[in-house]
Design a protein around this ligand. Sequence first.
Ligand SMILES: [Ca+2]
Length: 328
Amino acid sequence: MRTLPGPVPSGSGRPEDGVASGRFRRLSRKVLLAVPAAFSLVLAAHTTAPVPAAVAAGHPASAPAAKPTIVLSTEPEVLETRQCLTELPRVQLTNTSGQGAFADISITPEEPLWSANTRVSTYVPAGSTVSVPVQIYVPEQTPDGEYDLRFQVIRSTPSIALEPALASRKGVVLTVTVASAPGRDCVPPSGMTVTASSSQEPFNAPTYAIDGRTATIWHTHWSPDRTYLPQWITFDLGGTYDVVELSYQPRTEGNLNGTITAYTVLASTDGETFTEVTSGTWDADRTRKTAEFHAPGARYIRLLATEGVSDYASAAEIALFGQQTSGS
Ligand SMILES: [Ca+2]
């Protein structure tokens, strides 16, 4: 056990700064790694030291450095979505102290919502905010309603200051409101079959466009030889629907290759004769795109990419919306 050297930070003016300012002694890294996270928080409670007189009097120069203090928030603060969509909210970690820290954050969506990443580990520099995107998927069977998406600090190195730690153990909750739109039910991905005119098998197969994960993508063939646009991806809906909307989530990891920038949507009743129902352009970025149209009684929907980044087509997620027709 040792007392941290160095000056106390100037602080952000938050109420917790008084807690963080030099009242704690740091546990050794060895001890921190040897005890469960919850216990380390308790230990922190027993390693507090009196506030140095200089700090209490507003003269921080002679005080030890503050323990890391991490405050959680979300962006956005509330989230509205629909069934079959993948959302990418962000959890923000603000370190209000003068000491950097590694933090492990747990991500717990209320069922049936689920997340492809349930933990995030990141380094948060002193006095900084780190914003980390997470994936949330709303499955097809999700009833309309409000759901909690909870973020909690489950461990930090060094351990975080006591009172903010308790707040972090409780966590921060992002309220996710799921509300279907009239006439725009999600066409269930579980009933779909997906094919494409070109795909890089097996890792970028067409089915990765409907698996609820943005990290998995359909991508046109790129190695060892490549194909060029136009190329298509076609959804056999497994039934007959009046389809009115297609949602397109481009890949999100930073590489925009294949992001579709010009498209045509076609519909078919037999999978052989396709009729155009709309066409348009999308921006070459990672934000989710929408195409609206009216394809009554469709069994098949085809997204034809006519232009895309680097003359490829790719998709992290595609969802279709409409109403099932009688007799299908
Ligand atoms: Ca995917």
